[in-house]
Ligand binder design. Structure first.
Ligand SMILES: [Zn+2]
Length: 320
């Protein structure tokens, strides 16, 4: 490995140590760990000849001026937050490798005819509040203040958490960037799938990006005793959910460029002898994802919408 690569790996290892959970990498939005990671990244940015700051939503932004100050910037970067028990290359690689590139320019005292900005987005994953892409939304000027009332697992609102972390929930608009300040955005990211490796390709170029539609479905059946309610009289919401899950799978299997996942299910009351299935209220999250370049949004809408009549049909057949 080159010195360049070794330094990138060493920095990724250092960032991976900044975690809320020992032995696992978990770094969520508006936490102490996030602040520590931001400090660490800003230190590297400054050492690479950049100015560095944190904006109102917690994005870390480094800037390397071009041949004259104030030129529009090529933006590089990725996210610095993680999911729970994350991999150490997801997100961080895009930030750390970009800093290494600027460091190299700086070492050779090279200035380009444009500025370079490196951004470490404060939230991409949405792992804490269930609302994702907070950092990039704020930067794009599309942050919806409604999400400030979302609560994390311990009941803290995003607004409170941001204030406690020294961020500015009332000043999020100040994080938005004007179109003419930026030339383009380029992100290096690990492939979160098996395709490149299976084809022995070191790198791929993204031609379209994954979008998601998420549905949350509650099916309400009727509770009853597992031993005494005859099969013909059951309104079994859990069994109905199983059918609906399979319907999503086959709907997506029929269409190239579309994937679908049911990632969560909850059965209530959840007692084996009290026919858990009888009063099941499964929480059903589905992400239907399209890879089609341009009709992707329409495609997502139509396939997301296609799921509903199928669920209603299955539920109706069971009286749920
Ligand atoms: Zn990522």
């Amino acid at each position: 490995m080159t010195e360049f690569g070794a330094e990138i790996y060493a920095r990724l290892d250092r960032l991976a140590e900044i975690s809320a959970e020992p032995g696992r990498l978990t770094r969520l939005f508006a936490t102490q760990e996030q602040a520590r990671a931001s400090d660490c990244v800003m230190e590297w940015m400054r050492a690479a000849g950049m100015s560095a700051r944190v904006d109102a939503i917690g994005n870390v932004i480094g800037r390397y001026e071009g041949t004259s100050p104030g030129l529009p910037a090529l933006m590089l970067g990725s996210h610095l937050d993680t999911v729970r028990d994350a991999g150490r290359y997801d997100g961080m690689l895009g930030v750390v490798s970009a800093i290494a590139c600027v460091d190299e320019l700086n070492r050779h005292q090279q200035r380009l005819p444009f500025a370079i900005e490196i951004v470490g987005f404060s939230d991409e994953e949405g792992a804490r509040f269930g609302a994702a892409l907070l950092g990039s939304r704020a930067m794009a000027g599309t942050f919806d203040p409604v999400v400030l009332d979302c609560r994390d697992a311990s009941g803290i609102t995003m607004r409170e958490a941001m204030a406690r972390a020294g961020l500015d929930p009332t000043g999020i608009a100040s994080a938005s960037r004007k179109r003419d300040e930026l030339l383009a955005y380029v992100e290096l990211h690990i492939e979160q799938g098996p395709v490149l490796e299976s084809k022995s390709l070191p790198v791929g170029c993204v031609t379209s990006i994954n979008g998601a539609t998420r549905l949350k479905v509650t099916l309400i059946g009727q509770a009853g005793h597992a031993g005494t309610v005859p099969m013909a009289d059951r309104r079994d919401a859990l069994a109905g959910s199983a059918e609906a899950i399979l319907a999503v799978e086959s709907l997506c299997a029929e269409r190239p460029d579309l994937v679908g996942t049911v990632g969560m299910i909850e059965a209530r009351p959840g007692v084996a002898r009290w026919l858990a299935a009888w009063q099941a209220r499964p929480t059903w999250a589905t992400a239907v994802t399209a890879w089609a370049p341009e009709p992707a949004v329409a495609m997502l809408r139509s396939h997301g919408a296609e799921v509903w009549p199928e669920v209603e049909r299955l539920a109706g057949a069971r009286g749920a």
